[in-house]
Design a protein around this ligand. Structure first.
Ligand code: AHR
Length: 498
């Protein structure tokens, strides 16, 4: 069968904010301890940061990393994580029922981020704490000096302010699992007052209010409406989170789940704009999709984690080939909504539902989902074109009219390069894709990268890390000024034109 994509140079969705390729490191499992930080590891630098892991993160060009949680942040005393390490308290960590040693805290994470070439997106605790702790942390991080908290930072060895620009007002505050969860009104008031004082401390920051934990929450989208009624003029973004799984082993239905993500984004945009209309506001609230991924493989194993252990194996999903295809479609979905989604975080980055896995005191390797994330982050910068895509459709258990071909196209800022990202969801057949290029001038195919595998359950492991890796064997070619290609059944494709 056949699909067609029509691209026109003047027909665009919007500019890609590079922060849509962000990720997330939470104090959870082995994300920090044994992940980015392992002082005894052969590759550790003088700060204890693993350089094998850092090299992979640099390759991904991760622009921003959310920290320190997640559910963790709702019980976190940030003061525990600064100052002399040997004086820091060990705490019961109630989000994940472990022991937090506080060996790594705000300053160490900032140092790590600088080394890894990324920015920090900092979350404040609006569970057990509130506006006071948040404004103090902000003063500690961003104030140049001459005040109690900024001078304390200097005394801790950090003369220069960290200048962290992006701040999350709590995490998933609607979830009953959250430490000190709140109703929309309770959270909305607290977020509003916290936002006010934080912007008084540093007017240059941007703030993210918590949306619903996912679109299946019973209070979705009333939660967003109520929270924004309280906070509209004080915040800049509302958050979205979603995780998908293939629990009933229905690949076709699983691969269609990015349609749910798209519908979720559209509903949140509508809710933001409803509050805008109600408030007669000129301001536009954008979206921060600051947790998204596949998450379900580790659910059973996590029930057996020993309480109060330090950095146990938690949420260590081993990702297979079909997970990489869905992650590819989720990246395409973010691109298709680039006019309103300005930040997004693949949750998470190392060991915990992550593209990068490590062994304690051993190897680091790339999971299957690493590759679509890498390709989108590296080649998906510039402006998203608004394509007309015509694809054969199919129905799955939960979705109707699912296009077999899911695709997006980005033109680079210098206008010299176009990249088409495409997933073929068809499990049986290759599909021929014609890409019509209107008004671009002369382009050549410089590369057609394909991620494909005969086994949808194939994984990369420590002993077989290159089982699922991309090749450059795609057959995209220019014919009469347009692109013609066969997209292999069940494949992720990156067609680069220059
Ligand atoms: O990313 C794992 C967890 O998922 C986060 O801590 C929480 O915010 C979400 O429920």
């Amino acid at each position: 069968s056949k699909a067609k994509m029509i691209l026109n140079k003047d027909y665009v969705i919007g500019e890609v904010d590079k922060r849509i390729y962000g990720s997330f490191i939470e104090h959870l499992g082995r994300a920090v301890y044994g992940g980015i930080y392992e002082p005894g590891h052969p590759t550790a630098d003088k700060y204890g940061f693993r350089q094998d892991v850092a090299a992979m993160i640099k390759e991904l060009q991760v622009p921003i990393v959310r920290y320190p949680g997640g559910n963790f942040v709702s019980g976190y005393n940030w003061e525990d994580g600064v100052g002399p390490v040997d004086k820091r308290p060990k705490r019961t960590e109630l989000a994940w029922m472990t022991t937090e040693t506080n060996e790594v805290g705000t300053n160490e994470f900032f140092t790590w981020a600088k080394e890894a070439g990324t920015e920090v997106m900092m979350a404040v605790n609006l569970g057990t704490r509130g506006a006071d702790a948040a404004r103090n942390l902000l003063e500690y991080c961003n104030h140049p000096g001459g005040t109690y908290w900024s001078d304390l930072r200097k005394a801790h060895g950090y003369a220069q302010p960290h200048n962290i620009k992006t701040w999350c007002l709590g995490n998933e505050m609607d979830g009953p699992w959250q430490i000190c969860a709140k109703t929309a009104d309770e959270y909305g008031r607290l977020a509003c007052e916290t936002a006010k004082v934080m912007k008084w401390v540093d007017p240059t920051i941007e703030l993210v209010a918590c949306g619903s934990s996912n679109s299946a929450m019973p209070t979705f989208a009333q939660w967003e409406a109520t929270v924004l009624e309280h906070t509209y003029e004080h915040v800049d973004y509302v958050s979205l989170h979603t995780y998908y799984g293939n629990r009933d082993n229905d690949t076709a239905n699983f691969l269609a789940r990015s349609m749910d993500m798209d519908a979720f984004i559209k509903s949140v945009i509508s809710t933001c704009d409803y509050v805008k209309a109600k408030k007669r506001s000129k301001k536009k609230i954008n979206l921060s999709f600051d947790e998204w991924n596949v998450w379900f493989h580790s659910n059973e194993a996590d029930k057996k984690v020993e309480r109060w252990s330090v950095a146990p194996h938690q949420l260590e999903d081993e990702y297979n080939f079909e997970d990489a295809l869905l992650v590819g479609s989720m990246l395409i979905t973010l691109l298709k909504n680039a006019d309103r989604v300005k930040m997004a975080c693949l949750a998470q980055l190392v060991n915990v539902i992550a593209p990068i896995m490590t062994e304690n005191n051993g190897a680091a390797w790339k999971q299957t989902i690493y590759y679509p994330y890498l390709h989108a982050s590296v080649f998906g910068r510039g402006t998203v074109l608004n394509p007309a895509v015509k694809s054969p459709l199919h129905d799955t258990k939960d979705f109707t009219d699912v296009p077999y071909i899911d695709a997006a196209a980005v033109i680079g800022d210098d206008k010299n390069e176009i990249t088409v990202f495409a997933v073929n969801r068809n499990m049986e057949e290759n599909i021929t894709l014609d890409i019509e290029l209107n008004g671009f001038g002369q382009f050549e195919v410089i590369e057609h990268i394909v991620l494909e595998h005969s086994d949808v359950k194939a994984v990369n492991t420590k002993s077989n890390p290159n089982n699922v890796v991309p090749n450059t064997n795609g057959n995209a070619a220019i014919e009469d000024g347009n692109v013609k290609t066969d997209l292999k059944k069940l494949s992720w494709n990156v067609i680069r034109l220059r």
